[in-house]
Design a protein around this ligand. Structure first.
Ligand SMILES: NC(=O)c1ccc[n+]([C@@H]2O[C@H](COP(=O)([O-])OP(=O)(O)OC[C@H]3O[C@@H](n4cnc5c(N)ncnc54)[C@H](OP(=O)(O)O)[C@@H]3O)[C@@H](O)[C@H]2O)c1
Length: 266
C-alpha cells in the first residue's frame, strides 16, 4: 500500500500533539477513535480529522494504526483489534514500557510493530522521539514512522534494548531540565531579578545552549571551554557546580531512571 492512511486509537494528549504536527505537515488521511467521544470530537473539530466509531473501523480504514492509549489499556485495545488485523497493517505504539513482543503476543505473531517513545516537548513541536522496529518491522516501516514523528520534532532510531536508557534521558529528561531552569531562575531571583525575568533568562539560555550543541556539532565539553575565560564569571560558576558534584548528580539521575524503567517491566 503506497498511500499512507493513519488511524489513531486514543486521541488524548500525545495523539493530539502528533495530529497537530501531521496536519501542519499536510497529511490529509488521518482518522481517530477514542472511547471518550468528547476527546475525539474535540480533536476532529480542531484539526479536521475523520472520526471513526470503533477500533474495528480504524483497522478497516487505516494501514498505519497508532496505539495512543495508556500502557494499562493496550491489552484491551489489542483484544479489540484481534481478528481485524492483516498483513497490510503496521502497528505503532507510543505506550511507555510496552514491548513490541508484548504487542505481537497479544495481536498477531507476524505483526509489523514499531515502538516509539516521544516526550512532552512534542506539544510545542520540539519533541525527541525514539523509534525501535520490532522483529518483523521493515526498513520501509521505520522510514514511515520516522517521517510521521518528525512532525513533532527530532527522531532517533535505536535498538529496542536501549529503550530504558533512552527513557531515562529523553523521556524523563524534560522534568530534569525544568528543575534546572527553576534552580537557575531561583539563583537569579536571589541576585535581584524578578521571578518572571529570571525564568525567561534561564529558559531561553537552555534553549539556546541546546540549539548550539545540536547545530554547531561541537562536543558540549568543547563548548564549555569556548565560553570560559580564566578568572571570569563562568569559571566561578562552574567551580561551584563542580564543588556540588552537579555532573555526577546528573549521571546518577539518569541511572536511577533507567533502573526504574527496567524494574517497572518486571
Ligand atoms: N503524554 C506524554 O507526555 C507521553 C509521552 C510519552 C509517551 N506517552 C504515552 O502515550 C500514551 C498516551 O498517553 P496520553 O497522555 O496521550 O494519554 P491520554 O491523554 O489519557 O489519552 C488516551 C486516550 O485513549 C482513550 N482510550 C482508552 N482506551 C481506549 C480504547 N479501548 N479505545 C479507544 N480509546 C481508548 C482514553 O480514554 P479514557 O480517558 O476514557 O480512558 C483517552 O482519551 C501512553 O501510553 C503514554 O505512555 C505519553
Amino acid at each position: 500500500m503506497n498511500k499512507t492512511t493513519i488511524g489513531f486509537i486514543g486521541t488524548g494528549r500525545i495523539a493530539r500533539a502528533l495530529i497537530a504536527g501531521l496536519v501542519r505537515e499536510s497529511y490529509n488521511d488521518v482518522s481517530g477513535f477514542d472511547k471518550d467521544p468528547a476527546a475525539s470530537e474535540a480533536v476532529s473539530h480542531e484539526f479536521g480529522i475523520a472520526l471513526k466509531t470503533s477500533v474495528r473501523e480504524i483497522a478497516q480504514t487505516a494501514d498505519i494504526i497508532i496505539l495512543a492509549v495508556k500502557p494499562y489499556q493496550i491489552e484491551e485495545v489489542l483484544g479489540e483489534l484481534q481478528g481485524h488485523l492483516g498483513t497490510e497493517h503496521l502497528l505503532i505504539s507510543v505506550a511507555a514500557g510496552i514491548t513490541s513482543e508484548f504487542i505481537r503476543t497479544h495481536s498477531r505473531e507476524d505483526m509489523r510493530v514499531i515502538r516509539v517513545m516521544p516526550n512532552t516537548p512534542a506539544f510545542v513541536g520540539e519533541g525527541m522521539t525514539v523509534i525501535s522496529g520490532g522483529k518483523h518491522a521493515t526498513v520501509e516501516d521505520i522510514a514511515k514512522a520516522k517521517k510521521i514523528f518528525s512532525a513533532i520534532g527530532r527522531v532517533l532510531v535505536l535498538d529496542e534494548s536501549l529503550m530504558d536508557a533512552a527513557t531515562a534521558v529523553s523521556g524523563s529528561g524534560p522534568a530534569y531540565m525544568f528543575s534546572i531552569i527553576a534552580s537557575m531562575a531561583e539563583g537569579g531571583v536571589r541576585c535581584g531579578l524578578s521571578g518572571e525575568d529570571a525564568v525567561t533568562l534561564s529558559a531561553q539560555t537552555m534553549l539556546g545552549a541546546a540549539k548550539m550543541v545540536l547545530d554547531v556539532k561541537k562536543r558540549p565539553e568543547d563548548l564549555i571551554k569556548d565560553v570560559t575565560t580564566p578568572g571570569g564569571t563562568t569559571e566561578a560558576g562552574l567551580k561551584e557546580m563542580d564543588d556540588h558534584h552537579v555532573r555526577q548528580a546528573m549521571i546518577d539521575t539518569v541511572r536511577a531512571a533507567a533502573d526504574r524503567s527496567i524494574e517497572l517491566k518486571k
